[in-house]
Design a protein around this ligand. Structure first.
Ligand SMILES: [Zn+2]
Length: 282
């Protein structure tokens, strides 16, 4: 009898393990939209087939492409890859040096206007702006340019600049690169309430998980309140990030698995679909 109980419990454990195994791959295979992707030309473009393989391997089905210069985004659009939805954004940079000066540089605005003529862009950014520099004339013009054309803005900024950008045009729709990095969740919550069009992109965002890998209590609350307002991103701003790509996506999957399925799916993919869909065939 004891043997039978033992055998049964082993069978029960095996069944439980099997059930877990059946759930795990479904969670692992959650499609992801990478809302912070640079395919930069410096020092040289990573070969396209390599990049597409990286997306495929990570079940990244869509990307927000913002490249310096914009040629990287042209290449991704022209690739017409079957399993990849490319949402192109106009990057207002020609070289890395433009990061420091773009917001007062009329040539940048002219470049954005020219690039827009391609007809397929859905937004402008990522651009960097801090504090009162957001009052810069070109920053103001760019926010208005985007608002008038129903384009999104992808802004890497602090909270002061974020509020100035919104003040330029109330119609602005901003994807906040890095969601304030280490800004308190209480303040992120306030800003999300204040600006209903604000979306938080989560690359390099600190505090989401504890050192044990457990989703932090603060972020669990924030996600339960605003699961329709967050996006994932790789931020491949340097080559190294491409080599870390699998780890970055696995890191996201680690905490997504700790959220209710509906919240995880929104953050991983559906929010981007709501913003930029329907998916267009490139
Ligand atoms: Zn970036």
């Amino acid at each position: 009898m004891q043997k039978l109980v033992k055998r049964l419990s082993v069978a029960a454990i095996a069944a439980a393990v099997l059930a877990l195994g059946a759930q795990a791959p479904a969670q692992e295979r959650l499609p992801i939209f990478d809302a912070h992707l640079h395919y930069n030309s410096e020092p040289a473009l990573l070969p396209l087939d390599k990049v597409l393989e990286i997306f495929q391997r990570n079940n990244v089905r869509g990307i927000l492409s913002t490249s310096r210069p914009n040629i990287g985004t042209h290449v991704l659009m022209d690739a017409k890859a079957e399993n990849l939805w490319v949402v192109p954004f106009i990057r207002p940079y020609r070289t890395r040096a433009d990061i420091q000066t773009w917001f007062n540089d009329p040539e940048i605005f002219a470049m954005v206007e020219e690039e827009y003529k391609r007809g397929y862009y859905r937004g402008v950014g990522e651009f960097h702006i801090y504090g009162k520099a957001a009052h810069g004339e070109i920053a103001k013009q760019l926010v208005r340019f985007a608002a008038e054309r129903d384009l999104y803005i992808h802004a890497h900024c602090d909270e002061e600049a974020l509020e100035i950008l919104y003040a330029h045009d109330k119609r602005a729709k901003i994807i906040w690169a890095h969601t304030g990095f280490s800004l308190s969740t209480a303040r992120v919550h306030e800003l999300m309430e204040k600006y209903p069009s604000l979306m938080g992109e989560l690359s390099f965002r600190s505090g989401i998980v504890e050192s044990s890998g457990k989703l932090s209590a603060d972020w669990k609350i924030l996600f339960s309140r605003f699961s329709d307002r967050f996006l994932l991103g790789s931020d491949t701003w340097i080559h190294e990030r491409w080599f870390q790509y699998d780890n970055i996506m696995n890191g996201y999957r680690g905490w997504l698995a700790q959220l209710p399925d509906d919240q995880a799916r929104r953050i991983a993919y559906s929010n981007a679909e709501r913003l930029f869909g329907p998916r267009r065939v490139n």
